[in-house]
Design a protein around this ligand. Sequence first.
Ligand code: AMP
Length: 401
Amino acid sequence: MQLIDNFNFTGKKVIVRVDFNVPLNSNFEVTDDTRIRGALPTITKIIENGGAAILMSHLGRPKSAPEEKYSLKHVIGALSRHLGGKEIKFADDCIGAKALEMKKSLQMGEILVLENLRFHKEEDKDKDGMKAFAEQLAEGTDVYVNDAFGTAHRAHASTAIIADFYSDDNKMFGFLINSELESMDKVIKSDEKPKTAIMGGAKVSDKIQIISRLLPSIDNLIIGGGMTYTFIKAQGGQIGNSLCEEDKLDLALDILKKAKENNVKVYLPSDAINADKFDAEANTNVSMTDQTPDGWMGLDIGEESISTFSKVINESKIVLWNGPMGVFEMDKFSKGTSEIAKALASATTNGAFTLIGGGDSVAAINKNKLADKVSYVSTGGGAMLEYMEGKELPGIKAIRK
Ligand code: AMP
């Protein structure tokens, strides 16, 4: 497999699948440029080597036709700022005669951004049209680099199919995908102990596969968020109106049984902040999670749980975190998630390797300004879950041989 580290891009036209799927405000300004920053090492290497970079991405979910609010021209200002004000060229369609002409006339050291790939149904929806579309994307370029980890779990034209148009020597992952893979492999394969997985979020059903895969290799499993209550109810606790997947009670018991068989210590929250309705202004009280009063629902973990979880995290050498501890979008129920973010930061300071993935946990890390204080913040929620579940990601398979 070709590696980007020692590849010489001099004189090459390089098409790079980046993930510029960034949030924009109503003035079309980028409100979080994490993903743009993530793509910089690869872009910089190509340019500094004396190659030309052609960048392609999707943005949002357009209905397979041009839509102003999803135009990639909105990211050009932010990209240019990160590259010291460098001029960035823009093609207002990702394929067609004009885009091809712009690719051909692009000089070494220059950057061209192609318009949103998903303005064409052949990028992601029309399977029959994908190959011809990918061929047009590849036309006029010598090398393909995939650096869009966030879409690596999708078999789309630009993430997987296009790779067939390049020889093995001329296709590779960018620096971002490389570090994503390295971080996840470290969590999965490292023998360092104790290894702790923290799973939160709404539903057990979304996390069951990753939990099952991790059980043989972890020492501690911390569970938080809405899925707590499926476990609590399965064990006979009173959960009031808390979130519960009634059809997953047996599954929850099965996880607990398998954890025991694998000598994994499971930590469920002992106490919770309850609300009388699912609302930012709800009245609150505190109870044990298995004694939630009738008419109340647990929306965050309580102080005792924060303290138990933080201790386990701080004693760990490897920590994976996916999913919030409570309804962190509402201030009243965000403390548990913030405190877990802080515990991860302090564990990192103490020498642990900490990996955070999934939109909400990443948002919590960013909200608490701790992104620099943890080992790795993944740019791909769904892609990370699928990789950690042991699935083969089409975008990875297309290049990794
Ligand atoms: P997920 O997408 O499965 O990671 O779930 C994230 C969502 O779970 C967030 O929007 C949280 O607000 C929500 N969530 C976390 N804890 C709870 C809870 N105790 N009750 C209801 N929803 C929750």
